[in-house]
Design a protein around this ligand. Structure first.
Ligand code: AMP
Length: 140
């Protein structure tokens, strides 16, 4: 799939628009979803230009998933969640709305249903508080 350099996550990577960043390294970048399905809903993206799961090289995909594996348990612990769910959508028909590959880490809380996907905007202050907790747990 063609990659649009002006998609919103590409612009975040370039620092052109703000986000509640929780982690970055040479290959990956992670920030809070502005319409979280649950508190702590995080998106992990590669710096590599890839629209979807089929558009990234194996090495970059491995680095991305290692980052997801590193962040998920820290998020769960920082927020006293009971577990987590991974989601990843490919193609508009499958529910993808931003065409830069991203893995959703959605913390799960026993007995609490998920909010719908991409519908309910969270307050900036709430996101900032959640982001601070996760960054503290990451040691930053
Ligand atoms: P998908 O349907 O997998 O493409 O999901 C895109 C996700 O990006 C949705 O969960 C949106 O809530 C989220 N999103 C869209 N714009 C932003 C933004 N500016 N900052 C953080 N998350 C965003």
């Amino acid at each position: 799939m063609n990659y649009d350099d002006d998609n919103i996550f590409a612009r975040m990577l370039r620092g052109e628009i703000p986000c509640e960043k929780i982690f970055e390294d040479e290959h990956s970048f992670a920030f809070l979803d502005i319409m979280p399905r649950a508190p702590g809903h995080t998106l992990v993206i590669p710096r590599a230009k890839a629209s979807g799961f089929l558009d990234i090289g194996a090495d970059d995909l491995c680095r991305l998933m290692v980052c997801v594996q590193k962040l998920a348990p820290v998020i769960v612990k920082a927020l006293d969640a009971d577990g987590f769910m991974l989601q990843q959508f490919n193609g508009a028909g499958a529910g993808q709305t931003v065409f830069h590959l991203h893995i959703h880490i959605v913390p799960r809380y026993a007995g609490r249903p998920l909010r719908p996907h991409g519908e309910q905007m969270e307050d900036t202050d709430v996101l900032a508080g959640v982001g601070a907790k996760i960054r503290a747990a990451l040691g930053g």
